[in-house]
Structure formats: structure tokens, C-alpha cells
Design a protein around this ligand. Structure first.
Ligand code: NAD
Length: 358
């Protein structure tokens, strides 16, 4: 594991197996420098355990960086459950997973991610207190539950910051005007993409959309007057902004060469195939909103839920702060001629280093 390309001085990596339920998986704790390592649990059909390990290592580091740049007192971690087929995972699997999280004593705090629902987390919560992303409760100012609307709102704010920086849209007539009349291509109309379309439509943007699920396209088409395009063409439309909100690893040398938009700002995790693709976007004059900065709304909600925040405005205030954080990254990128992903990584590492010293 120490020789794995994705290993980045992770503090602790735990492999677990429960014969009774069939649970197999990995918890990777990248850093606890800023607080308990928080990050969701992903259930996925991996080709093999090496692929699961790579995913856990990469995703947990991403959570450290995401939480650090979002200014949360939380470290970064991630769990992966290795699925075997597409049958729904049993309650016994999530009960056993809850026991694993509890056994780690609080250095890792879990939540839902791809393939894991709020209901699954409710099962986990019967076995550990180190869990978030549960239904909102009265004693925490209604904070909690589905993080997607917060992720979508933060992404909307990030798009505004990006179009101001790259397309010279001014704020003279109010912030909302920044995207009015612009065309935005949204790839993926799931929990986040659909909410994002709502925000963009209400702000006066024109939408070009695609999803592999036709019913998701129908919904956005009928509610937000969107134009549907083929899934394979979404990113390469002649639009102002491209917002990937489906899968990661969408930008490499080939796809970047086909982009027509000047702004890439979407919620999908791990959009760049490699760090070098950030440089490619920069060289092509395309402003890239680093994924883990623009999509931090969900972890802000889950994090404040776990930290038992009592101010009902706290989530909204921090999600709104994504706009200023991105504006700062864009400005530093412009003034130092450095790709935005490099600036964001440097900001994250600075926060982690400061946390280790304190
Ligand atoms: P989701 O599963 O609800 O939605 C994903 C959508 O993408 C689905 O509708 C799916 O049909 C579609 N899709 C899959 N492959 C596609 C393709 N090739 N082209 C077009 N559409 C495709 O997931 P989500 O919660 O909306 O998350 C979307 C992205 O945002 C993911 O990358 C996720 O990791 C990231 N993200 C989500 C959150 C959150 O709060 N949910 C937070 C941070 C990051």
C-alpha cells in the first residue's frame, strides 16, 4: 500500500471483512490535522481490491483538501464497501459497517456517498455515533439530511464567481444577473444536477442537458425549458459554461481539446483525470473551478450537522462563502499564472500544515 501511487502519507488505512453479512471494505483516514476525518461511504462494484484501495486513498485525500478549503474543523477520510453485483445491500452489511466505524473510536466520521442512502445511514447510526447525513432533527436547528441541495447551491454560487472572472460579467445590476442569458451545459441530472438546473433557470440561464436516464431528462426538459442533447456531446457544446454533475475523470487531453466553453464549473468529484489536465485547461484559456471547492456545500451541511451547529443560518452562510473562496482562487491563478487546481491544493496543504502545528 505504501508504494501505491495514490498513497499520500495517509494516517491510517483499515481493511475489514465480516463473514456473516458479507461486508468487505476499506476505511482510509488521510488526515486528522484539522479534526476527525470526515467523508462519505461509497458502495461500488470494484474490479478488484487494488481498485478499491486506490479509490479510498484518492477520495480520502480529496476530503482532507475539501474540508480544509471549506474552513471546516474536520479532517479527511473515506470508506468504500466492495459490492458484488447489483443486489441491494442488506441492513446487516450496514450494521457491520457501523460496528467498524465505531471501533475506530471517532477518528473517522462517515456519511452517505454513491450507492449509499440516508436510510442506510440510519442503520449505521444504530451502531455508531460517528455518523452524519441523517434526517434533520429539531435539536440541531434543522441542519442535516440530504446534502445535495446544498451542493447544488454552492455550485451555482461557484458558477457565478467563474463567469464573473472569466467572462467579465459585472455585478452592477445584482449578483443574479451574472448568469442571466448565459448558456450552461449540465451533464448529469441526478440529485445535484436537477437542483442546479433549478437555480440556473431561476437566474435566467439557458440550459443544455443530458443524462443516461431519460426520465431525468424529461423532468428538466418540462420544468426548466432545457434543450436535451446526446450524452456523449454534452461537454463539447458551444456554451458559456460546462457543468459536469455526473461522473469523475471527464477531462483529459482529448476531451479538453474538444471543449468550446470558457468556464468549467460543476459538482462532480475528481473531474480531472490527472493534475496535468488542470494545466491543460489553464493553457487552453478555460477557467476551471476546482471540483472539491465548488462542491463543498454537501460536506458543509453534513459537517455542521455532526458538529451540532445550532445556528440555522450557519450552513447557508458557509455555502455562500464558496463564491468568495473561488473568487480568491481565480484571482491568485490569474496573478501568478498558475492553474486553479494547483492554487486550491496549495491552500489546502497550507491549512493542513497549520493544523498539524496547532
Ligand atoms: P446522482 O447519482 O444522484 O446523479 C448522477 C446522475 O448522473 C444520474 O442521474 C445518472 O443517471 C447520471 N449519469 C451517469 N453517467 C452519466 C453520463 N455519462 N452522462 C450523463 N449523465 C450521467 O449523484 P449526485 O448526488 O447528483 O452527484 C453528482 C456528482 O456530484 C457525483 O460526481 C458526486 O460525487 C458529486 N457530488 C455530490 C454531492 C452531493 O451532495 N450529492 C456532493 C459533492 C459531490
Amino acid at each position: 500500500m505504501f508504494d501505491a501511487g495514490a498513497f499520500d502519507a495517509h494516517e491510517k488505512v483499515t481493511f475489514f471483512h465480516d463473514a456473516a453479512s458479507g461486508l468487505s471494505g476499506i476505511v482510509a483516514v488521510h488526515s486528522t490535522a484539522l479534526g476527525p476525518a470526515m467523508g462519505g461511504c461509497r458502495a461500488w462494484n470494484y474490479a478488484d481490491s487494488a481498485a478499491a484501495l486506490t479509490d479510498a486513498l484518492r477520495l480520502s485525500r480529496g476530503m482532507s483538501f475539501k474540508n480544509a478549503v471549506a474552513g471546516l474543523p474536520l479532517g479527511g477520510g473515506k470508506a468504500v464497501i466492495m459490492r458484488n453485483g447489483n443486489a441491494p445491500l442488506s441492513d446487516a452489511v450496514f450494521a457491520a459497517f457501523g460496528d467498524v466505524v465505531q471501533s475506530l473510536g471517532g477518528i473517522y466520521v462517515t456519511a452517505e456517498d454513491v450507492g449509499v442512502s440516508v436510510n442506510n445511514m440510519a442503520t449505521v447510526a444504530r451502531h455508531t455515533s460517528y455518523v452524519s447525513g441523517l434526517a434533520p432533527s429539531d435539536d440541531a436547528a434543522g441542519i442535516g439530511g440530504d446534502p445535495s441541495p446544498h451542493t447544488a447551491l454552492g455550485t451555482f454560487f461557484g458558477i457565478r464567481a467563474a463567469v464573473r472572472a472569466r467572462l467579465n460579467r459585472t455585478d452592477l445590476q445584482g449578483l443574479t444577473v451574472a448568469v442571466q442569458g448565459l448558456t450552461v451545459a449540465v451533464q448529469g441530472l441526478g440529485n445535484v444536477g436537477r437542483h442546479l438546473c433549478d437555480y440556473l433557470h431561476r437566474a435566467g440561464a439557458k440550459l443544455i442537458v443530458a443524462d443516461i436516464n431519460p426520465s431525468s431528462v424529461d423532468y428538466v426538459y418540462s420544468h426548466y425549458d432545457a434543450t436535451a442533447v446526446a450524452v456523449s456531446d454534452t461537454l463539447f457544446q458551444n456554451v458559456h459554461v460546462v457543468a459536469p454533475c455526473a461522473l469523475g475523470a471527464v477531462f483529459d487531453e482529448t476531451s479538453i481539446g474538444k471543449l468550446q466553453a470558457k468556464v468549467v464549473a460543476g459538482a462532480a468529484n475528481n473531474q480531472l483525470c490527472t493534475d496535468a489536465d488542470g494545466q491543460r485547461l489553464f493553457d487552453a484559456g478555460i477557467l476551471y473551478a476546482p471540483d472539491y471547492v465548488i462542491n463543498a456545500g454537501g460536506i458543509i451541511s453534513c459537517g455542521l450537522e455532526y458538529l451540532k451547529e445550532t445556528d440555522p443560518q450557519a450552513v447557508a452562510t458557509r455555502v455562500a462563502g464558496i463564491e468568495a473562496t473561488l473568487s480568491e482562487i481565480f484571482e491568485r491563478s490569474r496573478s501568478t499564472r498558475t492553474p486553479t487546481n494547483v492554487i486550491a491544493d496549495a491552500m489546502a496543504r497550507e491549512s493542513l500544515a497549520a493544523g498539524r502545528l496547532s
